[in-house]
Ligand binder design. Structure first.
Ligand code: HEM
Ligand SMILES: *[C@@H]1O[C@H](CO)[C@@H](O)[C@H](O)[C@H]1NC(C)=O
Ligand SMILES: *[C@@H]1O[C@H](CO)[C@@H](O)[C@H](O)[C@H]1NC(C)=O
Ligand SMILES: *[C@@H]1O[C@H](CO)[C@@H](O)[C@H](O)[C@H]1NC(C)=O
Ligand SMILES: *[C@@H]1O[C@H](CO)[C@@H](O)[C@H](O)[C@H]1NC(C)=O
Length: 555
């Protein structure tokens, strides 16, 4: 929730300021902002005072975006003021590439520190470890000696790099991704067998995935014990999801005690689990075990091991594990899967085509006779990929945010050091010039925009028209997973997980679309689902309505 951005702006750091104080300071600093010298760069303010631009940014995303889009049309770099702080919004493939490439001159650390303070509830000592580590995330060959140490010549500990290494090593590598996907498939497939065979069962798609997909994903990633010790974990997780982004900027406790309470309950649940599991950490031969019931995946296990071995407090560990393994692995992929599945379920011809495609990815183990989906084949299916890309394009609303820390030029404009630099998927992913095709506007879900048809000779020797996936738009026009050094390391697993879920459901069920319903009580809705704007700017955006369907299990 952007209205809580202010407190943070005033110390330019990660210490929370009470909101009320923040508002008074806006007024005081507006004068300063108005007097700041003008440059030749297009500005959002135009005739509006800068203060209202700040307020518009925080409270009226729609209006701000429409102003930003107009200004971006001129130059692809637009400046505005967030209170006293210079900020830029950029678009255009080459500018976005520049931002992602300039890993030495821009940083995402300052924003991550806010997450560590307000979401993880990291201890002061642990926060300082990250805040004082200026060595970045990437591999470096030379490290500044730390003069505060007894032996100043010894290289200082690199916390950012340690975290980065750990999550990328155990999430982004193909062998780990495939292992995770196998576990996920096993648990989700098992879960689907709970539906009665051959009997139409009413299901609400979003509600179903919030429970069943999350249960399977948490079991695959974190193991069973966290769920056994916290039977209400999913409720805590989804209650937290709605308020998480409002806490990042340090929403003062007295203004919204309920939100902080939700965070604390979720953190306490993870901590309860860690206190039970940690003594067993060295019993699991991590390198060998693809999955174990106590720690789940190698990813979760090695993340916990890294934190323990680097001496983080239990409180900090609970927060980090919650954010980066429990929450981060569900909060984004489940809404995107929901949209993909809803689009497929409501369109009979798309459903049929996806089903036929997915049929080609099933295989039978010659030894056990067990059927499973080959995930490598699955992620290459053209139409399913196109559905996945449209799901991400239309339903991830991410403000990629960096701070300018070095010399940086974008689109011919020299950026001010210390300024905030943003690229918004809401602008680029909905850009008509990039995405509209054959009369289908950018805002329309239309997988065919990523499909080309080629003539192929089939197994029977006959010529046939085959689909080929060719992504519309360039790589820098599409950044649901962020980019640069802090790009989402879970993106390969997310793709498999999302496609596997859709594939298993369409393979094992007859699906009948019944209608749109309200999320709260399942009563009929007078319109289809749209993006639930309460999540805008944070990453994945769930639907504001649910879809009622009938599932009839085929096998
Ligand atoms: C559709 C699904 C997903 C989306 C849209 C998404 C999006 C993102 C974005 C935008 C970032 C920040 C990137 C940046 O700052 O440049 C991020 C970071 C991260 N994501 Fe994902 N994510 C998804 C799924 C997942 C999954 C399934 C996992 C884990 C299993 C995961 C783990 C992480 C982690 C650990 C980070 C922090 C990386 C770091 O700071 O080094 N994500 N994600
Ligand atoms: C994301 O950016 C838009 C402007 O592009 C802004 O209006 C909105 O408040 C931001 N959201 C968050 C959560 O920072
Ligand atoms: C959050 O941090 C404070 C201060 O370190 C601590 O007293 C409190 O118990 C923590 N809460 C949770 C749920 O970790
Ligand atoms: C950590 O939490 C913050 C705040 O909700 C969220 O923006 C971010 O995506 C989370 N990161 C992961 C990887 O879960
Ligand atoms: C980053 O800064 C260095 C020097 O400080 C400069 O040579 C380089 O061009 C900058 N990179 C970008 C992408 O602006």
């Amino acid at each position: 929730m952007a209205s809580t951005l202010l407190p943070w702006l005033w110390d330019g750091g990660y210490t929370a300021w009470p909101m009320a104080l923040g508002v008074i300071l806006v007024a005081a600093t507006a004068l300063y902002a108005l007097m700041a010298p003008k440059s030749g760069v297009p500005s959002i303010s135009g005739t509006i005072p800068r203060l209202s631009v700040t307020l518009m940014y925080m409270t009226d995303m729609r209006q701000f975006l429409s102003k930003a889009k107009k200004a971006l049309h001129e130059r692809h770099v637009v400046q505005f003021y967030l209170g006293p702080m210079k900020a830029y919004i950029i678009d255009g493939a080459s500018n976005i590439q520049t931002m992602f490439r300039a890993s030495n001159n821009v940083s995402s650390d300052i924003f991550f520190l806010m997450v560590q303070q307000h979401i993880w509830n990291a201890t002061k000592e642990d926060l300082a470890k990250f805040a004082n580590d200026k060595s970045g995330r990437q591999k470096v060959t030379f490290l500044e000696p730390d003069p505060s140490k007894k032996n100043p010549g010894a290289p200082q500990k690199r916390y950012w790099a340690g975290m980065h290494e750990t999550v990328h090593r155990y999430l982004a590598r193909a062998d780990e991704t495939n292992t995770l996907a196998r576990s996920f498939q096993r648990f989700f497939n098992q879960d689907l067998s709970r539906f009665p065979l051959g009997k139409a069962t009413p299901v609400r798609v979003y509600d179903f995935l919030l429970n069943d997909m999350a249960q399977a994903a948490i079991t695959a990633i974190n193991g069973q014990r966290i769920l056994e010790l916290n039977p209400n974990l999913l409720k805590l997780l989804w209650d937290f999801d709605l308020i998480a982004s409002s806490l990042v900027w340090g929403l003062p406790k007295f203004l919204n005690p309920a939100s902080w309470r939700k965070r604390d309950e979720l953190l306490a649940a993870t901590r309860r689990y860690l206190e039970s599991a940690l003594p067993e950490l060295d019993k699991v031969k991590s390198v060998d075990a693809d999955w174990d019931p106590v720690f789940g995946s190698r990813y979760a296990r090695e993340f916990i091991r890294w934190m323990r071995d680097d001496g983080f407090a239990m409180q900090t560990m609970a927060g980090a594990v919650t954010n980066l393994t429990v929450f981060g692995s569900n909060a984004n992929s489940i809404p995107v899967t929901t949209w993909c599945l809803m689009e497929v379920a409501k369109d009979e011809s798309l459903l049929k085509a996806i089903r036929e495609e997915v049929d080609t990815a099933w295989e039978t183990d010659p030894v056990t006779g067990e059927k499973s989906i080959n995930a490598q084949t699955l992620v290459g299916l053209p139409l399913l990929q196109a559905v996945y890309i449209e799901g991400l394009r239309l339903h991830v609303s991410m403000n990629v945010t960096r701070q300018v820390t070095g010399s940086m030029e974008v689109g011919g404009v020299k950026l001010e050091k210390g300024a905030v630099l943003q690229a918004a998927t809401e602008i680029v992913h909905y850009d008509e010039e990039i995405w509209s095709a054959q009369g289908h506007s950018a805002s329309e879900f239309w997988p065919e925009r990523h499909i080309q048809y080629v003539d192929e000779v089939g197994g029977d020797g006959k010529k046939k028209r085959a689909r080929k996936f060719v992504m519309a738009g360039g790589p820098a026009d599409f950044f649901p997973y962020g980019g640069g050094a802090s790009i989402c390391p879970g993106r390969f697993f997310a793709k498999q997980e999302i496609m596997l879920t859709v594939a298993l459901v369409v393979s094992r069920f007859d699906i009948e679309f019944v209608g749109w319903v309200n999320k709260e009580d399942g009563s009929p809705s007078d319109r289809p689902a749209e993006n639930d704007v309460r999540w805008s700017g944070g990453a994945s955006v769930p639907p504001d309505r649910d879809m009622q369907v009938l599932f009839k299990r085929l096998w």
